[in-house]
Design a protein around this ligand. Structure first.
Ligand SMILES: [Zn+2]
Ligand SMILES: [Zn+2]
Length: 296
């Protein structure tokens, strides 16, 4: 199987990293985990045709994981998508979808385009939404996908999933979504070939973020990440969902100044992150960048 990291940032608008999006390709069939900003364009950049992506999993409903979904579906509709996609996600997914298309935000766009005979196939814009509880959330002849709750948004506001895919070829990949260190995700990820885990902020931002009161406990820091991957016995680890702390862009640096001292921000922070993860994790580590490919 091939994994393509389509987007590797957190919520800040980073010109060098798109929002969360990961494509898993098994025997030529695509499965998308998350659909954050720029996911669709990133597929094109990776020479993947988005009209051929028919199964989408949403880890949670923060916008940095879902905001490209209307663009993905509308743009593949006008590029002659053949079937509506399956969308698997936690509670709230159906509401999110219902507010987008024929009866929602893009109603006028759809009405206008559907005047053309070739665009009267508006059934394409009605995804097959499967709102799930933890457990096995999807199965076909090639893959089985399981989910667990992770620790990110309070569950009564909006539940968040970690995901694991097992393939017919005996390969396995897990994806944390966004989470603080979570034993359920370690359990879900036991012995995976590849763990993809969020790593939103570097260790050296912890104290600053505590004082700034900006969601200090809802993400995983590098030292804890190393322990998580080690405990799960993950063969390989890809750290992703970087809070733009490696940016060289002056505007992004200004924006990220809420989370850490601005003079700390820059590419060298990734070296610190890798060293911190490796204190406890002895497997193979890679730090994600957009359009990175991993073959298992
Ligand atoms: Zn996020
Ligand atoms: Zn989130």
């Amino acid at each position: 199987m091939r994994i393509t990291m389509l987007g590797t940032s957190a919520a800040a608008p980073d010109p060098d990293r798109g929002g969360s999006g990961i494509l898993l390709t098994v025997r030529g069939r695509h499965y998308l985990f998350d659909c954050g900003a720029n996911t669709t364009r990133s597929m094109i950049k990776s020479h993947i045709n988005p009209t051929e992506v028919n199964t989408v999993f949403l880890s949670h409903l923060h916008y940095d994981h879902i905001v490209d979904f209307p663009y993905f579906l509308l743009t593949t509709w006008i590029c002659d998508r053949k079937v509506p996609p399956v969308v698997v996600g936690p509670e709230g997914t159906q509401d999110f979808i219902d507010h987008l298309f024929a009866d929602g935000a893009f109603a006028k766009d759809i009405e206008a385009r559907a005047q053309y005979p070739r665009r009267q196939n508006t059934e394409i814009l009605v995804p097959d939404v499967r709102q799930c509880e933890p457990g096995v959330v999807f199965e076909d002849d090639l893959v089985k996908v399981s989910a667990c709750y992770v620790e990110h948004i309070p569950r009564e506001i909006s539940p968040c999933f970690g995901l694991r895919m097992d393939t017919i070829d005996g390969e396995s990949v897990s994806f944390s979504g966004d989470t603080a260190p979570c034993d359920r995700f370690i359990e879900l990820s036991k012995d995976v070939d590849l763990m993809i885990h969020e790593c939103t902020f570097p260790e050296s931002a912890i104290e600053f973020r505590k004082k700034a009161q900006v969601g200090t406990w809802s993400h995983t820091y590098p030292k804890a990440l190393g322990e998580i991957a080690q405990k799960a016995n993950a063969k390989r680890l890809v750290a992703t969902h970087f809070g733009s702390y490696d940016t060289c862009n002056p505007v992004v640096r200004e924006i990220m100044g809420v989370h850490m001292p601005k003079d700390m921000i820059g590419p060298a922070l990734l070296d610190e992150v890798a060293a911190d993860i490796k204190e406890t994790y002895t497997g193979e580590l890679r730090l994600a960048h957009d359009n990175m490919r991993i073959d298992i």
